[in-house]
Design a protein around this ligand. Sequence first.
Ligand code: GAR
Length: 194
Amino acid sequence: MLVSGGGTNLQAIIDAWKAGLIPHGEVAVVISNKKDAYALERARSNGIEALTLTRKKCGGQEGFENALAAALEERHIDLIVLAGFLSILSGAFTSRYPRRILNIHPALIPSFCGEGFYGLKVHEAALEKGVKVTGATVHFVNEIPDGGEILLQKAVRVYEGDTPEKLQKRVMRQAEWKLLPRAVEMVSKQIAEE
Ligand code: GAR
């Protein structure tokens, strides 16, 4: 699991896994690109290995991705899940793991996605546009930011008076925390059966 922040999507996966809803998978390691990400605490308090790899410490994007690939290989990781990982991975990295990287995006792709659309910014853009429905998308990651094959989507209503924060919480609660564990089990099962 790759994370950058609060880790509520990570928590949703840990909860589903502990509840036996991800029988074909195991959360093996949580890796953050931010050293103070609360997601790291969530991992540790659930007995999951937690690591920090920053671009700065690794000497740039290439160094970061090499260190990341080494950490994944060392642990024989089969599936990489971007659970609130707010940095873009290069095509050189993503092409090494075709259909093995999942991402959750807090909008209905192809709306409000691509470079620059992450976290609260996505909801700000949706409110600015005045859409009445938004949602979340789980997709495979390829070299195009938010451009890989879509696996699951769920729509969420936008209400008058919504703030980006209110909308973000509703999208998380009604869509993200349900879709991501479901997608992780779907793909883990496929991998286990290959
Ligand atoms: C989530 O809303 C996730 O969909 C979004 O960041 C938030 C992370 O929250 N991801 C992106 O915007 C990726 N482009 P979390 O750390 O509590 O899971």
